[in-house]
Each structure stands twice: as structure tokens, then as C-alpha cells.
Design a protein around this ligand. Structure first.
Ligand code: AMP
Ligand code: GLY
Length: 423
């Protein structure tokens, strides 16, 4: 079988690493990929958002299954285009991808189907938004409705901050059309976790639990990022909570999407806030999490290819996934300055030494080749992922490998996984 993976980050490297282990697979393409992915797959120079070029490529190469990593091509309708052309593709179609692409859509869905989440209201008028914030007070959360490259959520600790966010989004249009509408919602405190389920639109297949580390610095300080590290399993998600999440969130969401006439297939990402053992939804995403995919896929024992295929074909009958008993921890190594501006093009040293360590994978995200050397080329550069019998051992493995790798101004958190140890 020939598989095309769309994307070029740590998530896609981990997906390809896992897909490459399947006896069903003869050849893997990745568009656009990265230098780490190039060791496992044939990288093609097509951007993840170039839907017509991807479609032409998949037809010409007779690709049997296309797997979409990032959200933008999904919200642009890549799945609809491929399906119209008779191709098999894993991911939600454009109507279903609104679950991530429009915060208002996903909040209205949750309200209609009784899915636990923060109280909210949507606004298209700045004056009304301001009046609502003044009535509610702070802390409060302001969200641009559309995709804003992970920057569209402002957790405002004061009323002034919330009002400034409204001015940025609705008056100064810093997110363009993505801010034409805003969701203003109740601030939730608690512990965050990420929950994923494969689905064919009707049947669901939940994954093991995981937890991301969104803030740039240790002890959850500093600005929000795409994610600075992750681990699996997440002890905050007990077996009972796992079942509660499936019953009160995942099942009603999937059946709700079908009732709305936009059945959701692919992988559903539920961002959760857990307080006093009760889960509430922070957000939905229409794709695998990054970096969560990296520890999760290292722990997955079952072949992933039949699952991806069954989701894409609407025939998901498998009801469980086998997991390695080990814990996995991923430490994201980032360019100094990320999530703000940073310098690219520094040579990365120590990749070979890190690769020699057992039970460790160094997944590439923002890397590139320059004069034959691997250099940093993005904010999040590498996802150094280790397995261990315990979380403590997995943490040690990941950091042992990370310490072998360096480039100018490299930054990574030193406390990934500590929350799991504290439990
Ligand atoms: P999102 O882009 O929706 O993932 O939001 C980014 C981050 O903002 C989340 O991971 C949370 O840490 C935080 N956040 C979003 N909504 C809320 C909320 N209602 N209460 C508290 N924190 C939130
Ligand atoms: N880890 C956060 C995300 O994938 O959105």
C-alpha cells in the first residue's frame, strides 16, 4: 500500500515512524516533510495547504491512503476534494472540521448536545462584547472565532486585558477575518489534559491519555505555545474519568455532529480542563495533537494503518488499541525566543549521539538542511521522546538524549512530566 502523509512537523514524523512499522505499507510519501521524515519517507515539495497539487500528486502516484496532519488543509476542504475524486483520505471533511475552525460552531454544538464546557456568548459587535465583559468581570477568556495559528485565545486576568483583546481582534483586526466573530467565555481553572479518539463518524476508538505543556517556561510560566512537551499516560485521567470522558463528551459529540448533518471522521482531539475529578471541554481540534502524538504513537502497539483506513472508509469495527505498558515523555527543543521571534539556520549538533541511545526517538519538527547540515528552521525544532518503565525513567531518557543535542540559543523546559510524578 502507498500512503501519503500531509504535513511536516513532529506529529507527522511520529505518524510516519509508526506507519512505517506496518507490514501493510510498501511506500510512504510526505508533503512537504522535513529532514528527519526524509529518513523514513519520500518527501515531496508540495506545501500542506496546496490542495490541488496534493490531489494531482495522489492521483498520479496512485496513493491508497492520504493522512492529513495539520488543521489548515482540513478546514480548506482537502478531504472533500480527495473524496470527490474517489480517493481514500483520513480526516474530517470541511463541514466537520468546523469543530476546530469555528469556536462559535463548537460552542453551539456543545450547548445543544449538553456537553460540559465553559459558559459563553458569541459576538459580532464590539459594543456588545464590551458590555458583556463589563457585566461578567475578570478573569474571562476572549477567543477569535476562526483559526489564528494558535494565538487567538486570550486568557484575561483583568477587565482591561479583556477589553484590549476585544480592541485588537474586533477594531484592529489583528487576526483578520478569523476575528470577525468572538467567543467570550467563563474562565475555568483546573488541570488540562488531552484526549483523542479515532472515529469513522459513528463508531469510536479512544486512545490512551496524554498531557501537553502549553506554556513556554518551567512551572507553567510565560506565554502559551503550540506545546513544549507531552507525556502519556496522564495519571490525572483515571480509568473512571476515561469512561466519563467517552460517555459524556466523545459519544455525544460524534452523534451530535452526525445529527447536524456533518458526521465527523478522523481523529477528534478534546482539550479538557479537569477540576475536582470532573472534565469540561476547553476546545476541540480536528487532528492529532502536537506534541501529544509523539509520546502516544511511541506507546501504541497495535498497527495504526488498519485503524486509519477503517476511519477513512467508514468501517471502524475495532474496539480497542493495544498499548505498550511503558510511559513516554516528549521534550520539545525550541529555538531561543519562541513563541516570539527567533533566529533560524543554526547548525544542530549531537543528533547522532542522541539517536544511539535506546528507547529514544528524536522527532523532527522545524528543521531544514543547509549545506548538508541539519539546522533549526522553526519555533519548535525537535521532539525528543523517551520510553521508560515508569514516567520517571521516561523523563530521564528523554532528558539524557536532549542534553546531547545543542545549537545556538536552544531552549527547552526542564520540568516536562513532573506533574505526573507529583501524583
Ligand atoms: P485553545 O487555543 O482553545 O487551546 O486555548 C489555548 C489555551 O488557553 C488552552 O490550552 C487553555 O490553557 C487556555 N484556555 C482556553 N479556554 C479557557 C477557559 N475557558 N478557561 C481557562 N483557560 C482557557
Ligand atoms: N498540543 C496542542 C495542539 O496540538 O494544539
Amino acid at each position: 500500500m502507498k500512503i501519503l502523509v500531509v504535513g511536516g512537523g513532529g506529529r507527522e514524523h511520529a505518524l510516519i515512524w509508526k506507519i512505517a512499522q506496518s507490514p501493510l505499507v510498501d511506500h510512504i510519501y510526505c508533503a512537504p516533510g522535513n529532514p528527519g521524515i526524509a529518513e523514513l519517507a519520500e518527501c515531496v515539495h508540495i506545501g500542506a495547504d496546496e490542495i490541488e497539487a496534493l490531489l494531482d500528486f495522489a492521483k498520479a502516484e496512485k496513493v491508497d491512503l492520504t493522512v492529513v496532519g495539520p488543521e489548515v488543509p482540513l478546514t480548506l476542504g482537502i478531504v472533500d476534494r480527495f473524496q470527490d475524486a474517489g480517493l481514500t483520505i483520513f480526516g474530517p471533511n470541511q463541514a466537520a472540521a468546523r469543530i476546530e475552525g469555528s469556536k462559535g460552531f463548537s460552542k453551539d454544538l456543545m450547548a445543544k448536545y449538553g456537553i460540559p464546557t465553559a459558559a459563553y456568548q458569541s459576538f459580532t459587535e464590539r459594543e456588545a462584547a464590551i458590555a458583556y465583559i463589563k457585566a461578567q468581570g475578570a478573569p474571562i477568556v476572549v477567543k477569535a472565532d476562526g483559526l489564528a495559528a494558535g494565538k487567538g485565545v486570550i486568557v484575561a486576568l483583568s477587565e482591561e486585558q479583556a477589553l484590549a483583546a476585544i480592541d485588537d481582534i474586533m477594531r484592529d483586526k489583528v487576526f483578520g477575518d478569523a476575528g470577525a466573530s468572538v467567543v467570550i467565555e467563563e474562565f475555568m481553572d483546573g488541570e488540562e489534559a488531552s484526549f483523542f479518539a479515532f472515529t469513522d463518524g459513528q463508531n469510536i476508538l479512544p486512545l490512551a491519555s496524554s498531557q501537553d505543556h502549553k506554556r513556554a517556561f518551567d512551572d507553567d510560566q510565560g506565554p502559551n505555545t503550540g506545546g513544549m512537551g507531552a507525556y502519556s499516560p496522564a495519571p490525572v485521567v483515571t480509568a473512571a474519568l476515561h469512561d466519563e470522558i467517552v460517555e459524556t463528551i466523545v459519544k455525544p459529540t460524534i452523534s451530535g455532529m452526525a445529527s447536524e448533518g456533518c458526521p465527523y471522521s478522523g481523529i477528534l482531539y478534546v482539550g479538557l480542563m479537569i477540576k475536582d475529578g470532573k472534565p469540561r471541554v476547553v476546545e476541540f481540534n480536528a487532528r492529532f495533537g502536537d506534541p501529544e502524538a509523539q509520546p502516544l504513537l511511541m506507546r501504541m502497539k497495535s498497527d495504526i494503518v488498519p485503524v486509519l483506513m477503517a476511519c477513512a472508509k467508514g468501517s471502524l469495527e475495532q474496539d480497542s488499541i493495544e498499548w505498550h505498558d511503558k510511559a513516554a515523555v516528549c521534550v520539545v527543543m525550541a529555538s531561543g525566543g519562541y513563541p516570539a521571534s527567533f533566529q533560524k539556520g543554526y547548525e544542530i549538533e549531537g543528533l547522532d549521539q542522541a539517536a544511539e541511545l535506546g528507547e529514544v526517538m528524536v522527532f523532527h519538527a522545524g528543521t531544514a538542511l543547509k549545506d548538508g547540515e541539519v539546522v533549526n528552521n522553526g519555533g519548535r525544532v525537535l521532539g525528543v521522546t523517551g520510553l521508560g518503565v515508569t514516567v520517571a525513567e521516561a523523563i530521564e531518557r528523554a532528558y539524557q538524549a536532549a542534553e546531547k543535542i545543542s545549537w545556538q540559543d536552544v531552549h527547552y523546559r526542564k520540568d516536562i512530566g513532573r506533574k505526573a510524578l507529583n501524583r
